[in-house]
Design a protein around this ligand. Structure first.
Ligand SMILES: C[S@@+](CC[C@H](N)C(=O)[O-])C[C@H]1O[C@@H](n2cnc3c(N)ncnc32)[C@H](O)[C@@H]1O
Length: 256
């Protein structure tokens, strides 16, 4: 015979079942690139002025932090990252400081892909100021990534970019990377994660709140035909979010 408590539990389950389809979380996620928002942020000096960017390059050189990003990523992943002779690609390079470091690390050439023309103009001016010439910068705004004349990438990098983008943009970049990396190519990336739930963008203006539940990024990597070689969680505060830092290889996982 059912007790009052059983009936209350059954009622509570029915209410939850009815409420679930009303959850607006996923259906409100915007799609595609939010170029206008990024141009507005960069116009307001989201990144430093050209002078500030040049100072940052200068500081790297004088502190002999010639390959700064390789030290940072390599330390977290426990690897030595070598760049000599490699063709390098960065997604979301901002002022281009990691492109400059990679040229100093003796990459054969570097390619940068940015959503912001303003960021690209400053990055180009800063790179030219230091006399670099083995670089190409592309702006993607309404972009068809596949149309970019980019191939043969040995090392790709994207640090603190994909926590700002819609999920379809992240997914499209991973699929594109799988098509432009060499068979021995490597992707290093850093994006925001947490252990609870994937938080998607609420509107195109919302460039700050995306955080992937641990495991979700690895699924996207696999779906793109790439393979996670190593992932580490880097906790920068005691909040729920932390950085996921990845070494991803070209070529899908072998069948289980
Ligand atoms: C937090 S900054 C990181 C800059 C640099 N990677 C670093 O770590 O210093 C994010 C950069 O990503 C760029 N960005 C945002 N969405 C992008 C997209 N869909 N494609 C390419 N770049 C994007 C922004 O313009 C900005 O320069």
């Amino acid at each position: 015979m059912s007790t009052v408590r059983d009936r209350a539990r059954a009622l509570s389950r029915r209410i939850k079942t009815r409420l679930r389809p009303l959850s607006p979380r996923l259906s409100r996620e915007p799609k595609g690139l939010n170029a206008a928002q990024w141009e507005a942020l960069q116009a307001k000096d989201y990144h430093p002025s050209l002078e500030g960017i040049i100072e940052r390059y200068q500081r790297d050189i004088s502190e002999q932090d010639a390959q700064g990003w390789t030290n940072f990523v390599g330390k977290h992943l426990g690897e030595e990252i070598r760049l000599e002779g490699k063709r390098f690609l960065e997604i979301g390079h901002g002022g281009g400081w990691y492109l400059a470091q990679s040229l100093r690390g003796r990459c054969s050439s570097v390619v940068g892909v940015e959503i912001s023309e303003i960021a690209n103009t400053k990055a180009r001016q800063a790179l030219e100021h230091f006399g670099y010439d083995r670089f190409e910068l592309f702006t993607v705004q309404d972009s068809d990534l596949a149309a970019l004349p980019v191939r043969g990438i040995d090392v790709a990098l994207s640090l603190t970019v994909f926590q700002h983008t819609a999920r379809d943009v992240f997914g499209d970049y991973l699929v594109w990377l799988a098509s432009v990396m060499t068979p021995a190519g490597v992707l290093y990336m850093q994006t925001l994660e947490n252990d609870r739930e994937t938080r998607v963008q609420r509107s195109p203006d919302d460039v700050l709140s995306v955080s992937y539940q641990s495991g979700a990024v690895a699924d996207m990597v696999r779906r793109a035909g790439l393979r996670v070689v190593k992932r580490v969680a880097y906790r920068y505060s005691d909040g729920i979010d932390y950085w996921g830092i990845y070494h991803v290889a070209a070529g899908a996982s072998e069948a289980p």
